[in-house]
Design a protein around this ligand. Structure first.
Ligand code: NAD
Ligand code: ZN
Length: 359
C-alpha cells in the first residue's frame, strides 16, 4: 500500500506575509462562537510582533512558555476546557511559534470537537471528528511540524502524536522575517532536524522519487544555509531554511525517519531531552548508518562552532539506557524503513543499548 496523505489546504509565503493574517481570518470569523483563539510563544510577549497580532476585542490571546517542557496532553485538555468554559467554541485557532506551539495549536483544534482527554487519542487515526479551523505561523524552522499530520504530545503513558488527516493545518503563513531572532544554537539544532529528516527519508526501504524530490531540494537549501559560502543566519538564508523545513517535512511524510529519530525518541522520553537537540546528539555518532550525512553534519558543526556534549552516557544508569533502548526498539516503522523488513535479525535491545553508550 502506498501512503495517501492530505496536504496543507493553503500556504502563503513571503516577507511581511504575517500581516495578511487579518484578511485570511476575516472569512472564518463567522463560525461557531465567532472568536479566534491565538496561541502564541511567550517569547513574543512584549515584542513588536505582539502588536501585529490581528486580535479583535472578542478574541482570546494566550501566551505559552514552551521552555520548561514539551507539549503535554494535560496542557491541551486544560486550554480546551478553559476556553470552552469562558468563551465557547472558537471559529478558529492560530498558533504562532515553533514546533511546540504548532503542536499545541494542532492538538487543541482537534480536542475542541473530540470528547475526553487528548491522551485517549494518542496514536494513528483515533480522532473521531474533524477539529476546528487552524492556522500555523512558524517562528523557528526545522521540525516540519508546520506540515506534518501529527501533533506530538507527552501523555501519562506515552510520548505520541495525535495523528490523522485532520491534524494538518488548514492554512500556513510562512514569513521568513519571523525566524530572524532565533538564538544561534536553536537555529542550528532545529535546522539540523530538517537535514536529518531528509537524510533518513532518503536512506531506507520507503525511499521513493516523490519523497526524494522534496528531500534533495531541502538538502540543497540546508547546504546553502549551513555550509556553503554565504552560510549563516541572514535574511536570504532564513527564507531558504523556512522552505527547507517545509520540504524536509514533506520528504519524511512521504517516506519515514530512521535510526537517529528512534534513538532521539528514547532520549526525549526517558531524559526529557528536546527533540532537535536529541537528534543532534544521536546523529553525531551514526556514521556507520548514514556515512555521507554524518560527515556533512560534522562539517556544519565545525563551521558554526557548535558545542555538542560528548560522553553523556557515562552519567546514565544501566536502567536508564535499557529504558531508552526499549522506547527506541518499540518504533518498528522506523527500523523497518532504516534496516528493512528483517530488522529484528540485527537490531536487538542490546545493540540499541550499545548505540546509546556511544553518546
Ligand atoms: P520550540 O517551539 O520548542 O522552541 C524552541 C525555543 O525557541 C523556545 O525557547 C522558543 O521560545 C524559542 N523561539 C521560537 N521562535 C523564536 C523566535 N522567532 N525568536 C527567538 N526565540 C524563538 O522549538 P522547535 O524545535 O521548533 O520545536 C520542538 C517541538 O516540536 C518539540 O515539542 C517536538 O516534539 C515537536 N516536534 C513536532 C513535530 C511534528 O511533526 N509535529 C516534529 C518534530 C518535532
Ligand atoms: Zn525530527
Amino acid at each position: 500500500m502506498h501512503k495517501n496523505f492530505k496536504n496543507i489546504d493553503k500556504t502563503v509565503f513571503g516577507r511581511g506575509s504575517f500581516d495578511q493574517m487579518d484578511a485570511i481570518l476575516a472569512e472564518k470569523r463567522g463560525e461557531n462562537n465567532k472568536f479566534i483563539l491565538f496561541i502564541v510563544d511567550y517569547y513574543f510577549k512584549g515584542k513588536a510582533l505582539e502588536k501585529r497580532i490581528p486580535a479583535k476585542p472578542e478574541d482570546v490571546v494566550m501566551f505559552i512558555d514552551v521552555d520548561m517542557y514539551e507539549p503535554t496532553t494535560d496542557q491541551i485538555d486544560r486550554i480546551r476546557d478553559k476556553v470552552m468554559a469562558s468563551n465557547g467554541l472558537p471559529a478558529g485557532i492560530v498558533g504562532i511559534g515553533g514546533g511546540s506551539i504548532m503542536d499545541i495549536a494542532k492538538a487543541t483544534s482537534l480536542m475542541f470537537t473530540n470528547e475526553g482527554s487528548s491522551a485517549l487519542y494518542q496514536g494513528l487515526n483515533l480522532i473521531k471528528k474533524p477539529g476546528i479551523y487552524h492556522l500555523g505561523v512558524p517562528t523557528i524552522s526545522g521540525t516540519g511540524a508546520e506540515c506534518s499530520m501529527t501533533a506530538v504530545l507527552t501523555g501519562p503513558v506515552k510520548k505520541l502524536g495525535l495523528k490523522c488527516d485532520w491534524t494538518v493545518f488548514n492554512q500556513l503563513i510562512l514569513d521568513p522575517d519571523l525566524i530572524s531572532t532565533v538564538p544561534r544554537n536553536w537555529w542550528f539544532y532545529t535546522g539540523m532536524d530538517t537535514f536529518i529528516h531528509c537524510v533518513e527519508a532518503e536512506n531506507g526501504t520507503l525511499k521513493n522519487t516523490y519523497s526524494q524530490a522534496y528531500g534533495d531540494q531541502a538538502l540543497k537549501l540546508c547546504q546553502e544555509v549551513f555550509i556553503n559560502e554565504g552560510c549563516g543566519q541572514s535574511p536570504v538564508n532564513d527564507e531558504k531554511l523556512m522552505v527547507a523545513s517545509l520540504m524536509g517535512g514533506l520528504s519524511l511524510t512521504y517516506s519515514e525517519v530512521g535510526v537517529c529519530h528512534a534513538l532521539s525518541y528514547g532520549l526525549s522520553k526517558i531524559l526529557g531531552t528536546r527533540h532537535c537537540y536529541a537528534n543532534c546528539i544521536a546523529f553525531n555518532h551514526l556514521a556507520d548508518y548514514y556515512p555521507k550525512g554524518v560527515k556533512e553534519f560534522k562539517a556544519m558543526i565545525e563551521k558554526h562552532h557548535i558545542d555538542l556534549p560528548q560522553n553523556l552516557s557515562k552519567d546514565w544508569t544501566d536502567k536508564q539506557i535499557t529504558d531508552m533502548a526499549e522506547v527506541a526498539y518499540n518504533l518498528p516503522h522506523m527500523w523497518n524503513h532504516a534496516i528493512g523488513a528483517n530488522w529484528k535479525d540485527t537490531i536487538t535491545i542490546n545493540l540499541i543499548k550499545d548505540l546509546y553508550k556511544r553518546l
